[in-house]
Each structure stands twice: as structure tokens, then as C-alpha cells.
Write a protein that binds this ligand. Structure first.
Ligand code: G3P
Length: 220
């Protein structure tokens, strides 16, 4: 399973890029805005922070077909790592079909149902982004939606990749991996929680103290 960082924060991107465990990042207009940076400057910083093999998801802000095409083509032309996020609206689905036909990779975002995801696949989306946490927030089952999308895509051999978005907990990441999604995009704090464990810290302390007490010497 690929792991994306759901953030436009350069410090977070730098740290996890250095760690070597992320395959790319996702941003959205909210995440870009909270950085306080001009979008153009922010995008430039993101490009220079991530290596050549990473995926960078950038979102259009246009809501009509014609302007979605203009913005998506402009974002895509910036860098070969860019996947363009477009919202799951009538104009968005239409734009996805057109842009995918031009070879531009589209991530349809703000997806909340398996029926939306079915149309995204028919529109040749590269990624579909169901917002699991936001479904859970309204007491709807986000995981059930993910399972339904997986089943539908497998039934018909759709190539669209499922990108589990709106992560709220480590449990979400576990459920995502068990349900067979292609990618998860997680906030920084949950990726940190994935590798931090108190028993790892406790075990390491014990190893080092036993070593010291025995006056051991290492080979180099
Ligand atoms: O990037 C899209 C998505 O992951 C947003 O998540 O936490 O705002 O529901 P959230």
C-alpha cells in the first residue's frame, strides 16, 4: 500500500521525505491556505522538497468545466509528478473524462459514496478519494463505503486506484490496509504514530542498559 502525507506543511514534508516512508503528498485548498504562503511559492517549495519519484496532488479551485480544464492543464504542466485533484461534481466528472483522455492524471476528490466512485472509474479517474473520516463524522460508515468501492472496482477490473482520505486515527490506517485500498493519505501525526511504540522505547532502553552494565565493547 502506498502512503501519502496529507499536508502542505514544508517542515512535515521534509521530515517524512527524509525518513523515506512516503510515496507522495496530497494537498487541498484548505491545507494550502493554512500555510499562509502564496500558492505559487508553496508549490515551488513542495517540488524542490520531494524527490523525482514522488506523487504530488494539487487541487483546482475552479468549479465549472472550462476553467477546470484550464487550471488542471496548468497544474499538470508544472511538473511530471503532479496529479490533479478535481471535485466530484457534474463538471468535475466531465472534466476528468476530457483530461484523462489527454493523459493528465486526475484524482477525483470529495467522494462520499460508492455510486460516486463508480462514475469516477467510468470517467477514467487515476485516483478516487473517498473521505472516510468525514463520513464517520456524520455517523455513516466510511469503511463500508471503502469495502463497497473495492468490490465494485474488482468486479469490473477498473484501474482507478482507491485513495483512502480523511484519516482520523491509526485504526483507520489499519482498516484501510485490511480493506485493500491502493493508497492512504494521512496527516503527519498518524504517520509518526505508526512507528512510535512505547514497548520499542522500553525495549531499547533495556538493551542498552544491559550492554553497559556488562562493560561490553562494540566491534567498531
Ligand atoms: O486531503 C483531503 C482529506 O484527506 C481531508 O481530510 O481531515 O479535512 O476530513 P479532513
Amino acid at each position: 500500500m502506498k502512503i501519502f502525507l496529507d499536508s502542505a506543511n514544508i517542515d512535515e514534508i521534509k521530515e517524512l521525505e527524509r525518513l523515506g516512508v512516503i510515496d507522495g503528498i496530497t494537498t487541498n485548498p484548505t491545507l494550502a491556505s493554512v500555510t499562509g504562503k502564496k500558492f505559487k511559492d508553496l508549490v515551488g517549495e513542495i517540488f524542490s522538497t520531494l524527490s523525482d519519484d514522488k506523487i504530488i496532488n494539487l487541487e483546482v479551485i475552479a468549479t465549472d468545466y472550462d476553467n477546470m480544464l484550464i487550471q488542471a492543464r496548468a497544474l499538470s504542466a508544472l511538473d511530471k509528478r503532479v496529479v490533479v485533484k478535481i471535485p466530484c461534481t457534474e463538471d468535475g466528472l466531465r472534466a476528468c473524462k476530457t483530461l484523462s483522455g489527454e493523459g493528465i492524471r486526475i484524482n477525483i476528490t470529495l467522494v462520499f459514496s460508492a455510486m460516486q466512485a463508480l462514475l469516477c472509474a467510468n470517467a477514467n479517474a487515476y485516483y478516487v478519494s473517498p473521505f472516510v473520516g468525514r463520513l464517520d463524522d456524520i455517523s455513516s460508515s466510511g469503511i463500508r463505503t471503502i469495502d463497497d468501492i473495492r468490490t465494485i472496482y474488482d468486479n469490473y477490473g477498473y484501474k482507478t486506484q482507491i485513495l483512502f482520505a480523511s484519516v482520523r486515527s491509526l485504526e483507520h490506517i489499519l482498516q484501510a490496509s485490511l480493506s485493500g485500498v491502493d493508497i492512504i493519505t494521512s496527516p503527519y501525526k498518524f504517520i509518526k504514530q505508526m512507528y512510535n511504540h512505547p514497548l520499542t522505547d522500553k525495549g531499547l532502553d533495556q538493551f542498552l542498559s544491559d550492554w553497559k552494565n556488562a562493560n561490553q565493547e562494540f566491534i567498531v
